[in-house]
Ligand binder design. Structure first.
Ligand code: GBH
Length: 479
């Protein structure tokens, strides 16, 4: 069998997101996003912190770019803070020149150093003003127009310098974690009173529907007015982890795995590639899952130039014998970290949900490739935390063998999928360039290949794993 390889022009680099790294929440006219507000609610963030300083990248973007260059990265995926560019968020609100300039400077600095920018338009930090005005995602009328206007501002300002656009990062997280579990902003939970549009059993699906329509509308705008002259590509990034049956001999667990993948990935992927929601979701959710009107379907179907794939781990899945709970959003399954025989998915990390399983990655990317008819795929996030890393000394942290081993396993599995499974993957962005604000986990959980000394002026120091990532791609990208 041929040796696993990746294409010579394979695009590899690192990813970050605005709220997780920038800090400077009120500088140069930036206004609050829903994450600024959410972090102020006692108990929502594990260590009581927020993104007010984070990696201070608003002031240190030149250091970030120098770091990327030092690590040998070809590309950098970052996100734009909507409330920095349009503080009040809406289509009639003023554009903040200074906020926009930050991203133009960052992009110029990347180009000056030969690094290709990949821009995420939205990575969870919705302007608070839009949430206050009309409930954000829940109001399709208003929201879609505001999102498309925001996208237009970015296309106009940066389009000639950006060839890779991502409309949304992981809508599953914004919808389920934000509108049902309350683990993410805006923190809606099931004990919240029903609003005029619904409750935690309907809001995630309404929010998801409106996100899809706005994604489709922004892609249409890009294709109609920018693509020909700017020559770029646009797609959405979806999250999802591989599903393995808890009891491999139980057909109901095998079936439950498919359902879990459909509820997490195909929820958004099927409308984009097939024009409808998965049958399993329609069956369980009935009218609580919106229907696409003909106009909406036309916008959404076919709206990906590439598929952005985020994945971190795998799970064992057990079917539930009882009928689905009203507020279930996973396909009526139990999500487990051990199978029937007590075999763990993988070793433990600092993140309770993350146990690495590289072969699961190979299977998942093949599943995505098959289901969506072999789309061009960019892995836009993949990486790991490390158990107890935050408690180690700086010197110990820099020797992150566990993370290095993770990348060896995952990147080799990717090369296998490309070489042996006919998967069309063109790039890989590791999460993350540096330790950063890990949302509800605060700063206790680190995902960086670079250590950030939060008590020592945000100094950055590359860890061992950064070298390993570069070596892996230098060795594998030869096909
Ligand atoms: C990504 O999300 C984010 O895009 C990035 O910003 C973040 O820093 C990074 O990963 C690391 O966490 O409720 O048990 O079903 C990862 C997303 C984490 C998605 C956990 C779903 C399932 C938890 N996910 N998750 S569970």
């Amino acid at each position: 069998m041929a040796k696993p390889q990746l294409p010579k022009d394979f695009l590899w680099g690192y990813a970050t997101a605005s709220y997780q790294i920038e800090g400077a929440p009120h500088e140069d006219g930036r206004a609050d996003s829903i994450w600024d507000t959410f972090c102020r609610i006692p108990g929502k963030i594990a260590d009581g912190t927020n993104g007010d300083v984070a990696c201070d990248s608003y002031h240190r973007y030149k250091e970030d770019v120098a770091l990327l260059k030092q690590l040998g990265a070809m590309a950098y995926r970052f996100s734009v803070s909507w409330s920095r560019v349009i503080p009040l968020g809406g289509r009639k609100d003023p554009v903040n020149k200074a906020g926009l300039q930050y991203y133009l400077d960052l992009i110029d600095e990347l180009h000056a150093n030969g690094i290709i920018p990949m821009v995420t338009i939205f990575h969870w930090d919705l302007p608070q003003a839009l949430y206050d005005r009309y409930g954000g995602f829940l109001n399709q009328e208003e929201y879609v127009q505001d999102y498309v206007h925001y996208a237009r501002v970015l296309f106009e300002a940066m389009g000639s310098k950006v060839k890779y656009w991502i409309t949304y990062n992981e809508p599953w997280c914004s919808t389920v974690l934000g509108y049902s579990i309350g683990q993410f902003a805006p923190g809606h939970t099931s004990d919240r009173a029903k609003s005029s549009v619904g409750d935690s059993s309907t809001e995630p699906f309404l929010a998801g529907h409106n996100i899809l329509v706005s994604h489709g509308a922004a892609v249409k705008l890009y294709r109609d007015e920018f693509k020909a002259k700017d020559g770029g590509m646009i797609g959405i990034t979806l999250n999802g982890d591989w599903a393995m049956p808890w009891d491999a001999d139980d057909p109901k667990d095998v079936e439950a795995c498919q359902r879990k993948l459909e509820f997490s990935i195909a929820w958004f992927g099927d409308p984009i590639y097939k024009g409808t929601y998965p049958a399993s979701m329609r069956k369980q959710l009935g009218k609580r899952l919106p229907e696409f009107t003909e106009d909406e379907r036309k916008l959404v179907q076919g709206s990906n130039d590439f598929y952005g794939m985020n994945t971190y781990c795998a799970n064992y899945i057990k079917h539930k014998p009882e009928p689905p709970a009203h507020e279930d959003f996973s396909g009526n399954v139990e999500i487990l970290l051990e199978d029937k025989n007590g075999t763990p998915v993988g070793p433990e990390t600092q993140s309770p949900w993350l146990q690495p399983n590289p072969q699961g990655f190979r299977k998942l990317i093949k599943w995505i490739s098959d289901r969506f008819d072999r789309p061009m795929i960019y892995v836009t996030e993949n990486g790991t935390s490390l158990k107890g890393e935050n408690d180690l000394s700086k010197d110990q942290i820099l020797k992150d063998d566990f993370r290095a081993e993770y990348f060896r396993g995952y990147v080799n599995a990717l090369a296998e999928a490309v070489t042996h499974d006919n998967v069309d993957c063109k790039g890989y962005m590791a999460w993350s360039l540096m330790d950063n604000f890990e949302w509800a986990e605060g700063y206790e959980t680190r995902f960086g290949v670079t250590y950030v000394d939060y008590k020592g002026g945000q100094q950055r120091m590359p860890k061992e794993s950064a070298k390993v990532v570069a070596e892996l791609f230098n060795t594998l990208c030869v096909a």
